[in-house]
Structure formats: C-alpha cells, structure tokens
Design a protein. Structure first.
Length: 181
C-alpha cells in the first residue's frame, strides 16, 4: 500500500486504529447470542483478555461425615465455644490418675485445669498444651494425678483464659463432676 503524500503518518495511524477498533466491535457484536468465539480476520487487530486457568489437580474431598444424633439429654455444642472436654465423662469415678482430653483454642496453646473440692476451693491445678492455637480448636490431652486427694466428690474444670484484660472473648470453661476413690 502506498502512502498518499497528502495524508501524514499520524492521520494514517488514526485511520488504521479506527478501522481496527471498528472491526473488533463488529466481531464482538456478531458473536452475541452465539456459542462460537469470533475470530478476527486480522489477528493483529484482535484484542484478547487473559482468563486465568489452573492446571493443578483437584484433590478429592472426603465424603461427608455421617450425622449421628446425640442423646436427648446432651446439649448441642456451642459453635462459639473455645474449649471442649471429651474425657472424663461427667460423674466419672477415678483413682490414682485419670486421662483428660478435648479441644481448645487457648492463648499460646495453654489449657489450664483445676480440681475444686465440694466447697469450691482449688485443691489441684495444672495445664495441658494443645497442638496449636489461634485459628481453630486444637486437640489437647494429658493425665491428671489425683493420688494426693482424699476420696470424695470434686469438680474438674478446664478453661480458656482471656489474657487481654477483657478486650477479647470472655474466659470460657467446661466442668465435670468426678468422684475420687
């Protein structure tokens, strides 16, 4: 194609750009309502938008767990609970030592425990260490030595403290009645 001496390079460039834009617009409009992707006759005039794709394999998910109904006298778990206590069961009879376990989201993974006598006085205390903290409930477990306690009824308590001075969630605790033989 010869350039006309009357038209300058900038005028020619504007006309070429306008023609390219019109061609793209025509192709886009022609493709509306069609399942086919339009193809420009001049690939240099075609504008494309990159669509991110992933070629990473999709990992299969575990099948949904089977729901089992809790006994009628068991309260539903609190979705905002920061601590649970799975063992010992409420009313358990223990001697020597017993195992305790549950889940917690406790500052620095520290899960304090206390044993209270019938009058509410602290008679033993200690802590467990959970497997993590901050983003979810993590398992904790340990053994509690009650060999120094006199036989009788006690309350075993695990808790999540609030070291923020009231700025965080309030302290939470879970208790179980135990009988020491």
């Amino acid at each position: 194609m010869r350039h006309s001496p009357v038209l300058g390079n900038s005028t020619l460039l504007r006309r070429t750009s306008a023609l390219a834009a019109a061609a793209v617009a025509t192709l886009v409009l022609a493709g509306c309502g069609s399942d086919e992707t339009p193809v420009a006759e001049d690939p240099a005039a075609e504008t494309t938008t990159a669509v991110p794709t992933t070629s990473a394999p999709v990992e299969p998910t575990d099948p949904a767990p089977t729901q089992t109904s809790a006994p009628a006298d068991t309260p539903a778990p609190d979705p905002d609970a920061l601590i649970t206590l799975d063992t010992p069961a409420d009313g358990a009879t223990v001697s020597g030592s017993f195992d305790a376990s549950g889940t917690a989201n406790s500052p620095e993974a520290n899960v304090p425990w206390t044993i209270l006598d019938g009058s509410g006085q602290k008679v033993l205390h200690g802590h467990f260490t959970a497997e993590g903290w901050m983003d979810k409930l993590y398992p904790y477990a340990g053994s509690v030595d009650v060999s120094t306690l006199a036989p009788g009824s006690y309350t075993f308590e695990v808790r999540v403290d609030d070291p923020s001075g009231g700025e965080g969630k309030p302290p939470q605790k879970v208790t179980r009645s135990i009988t020491v033989q």
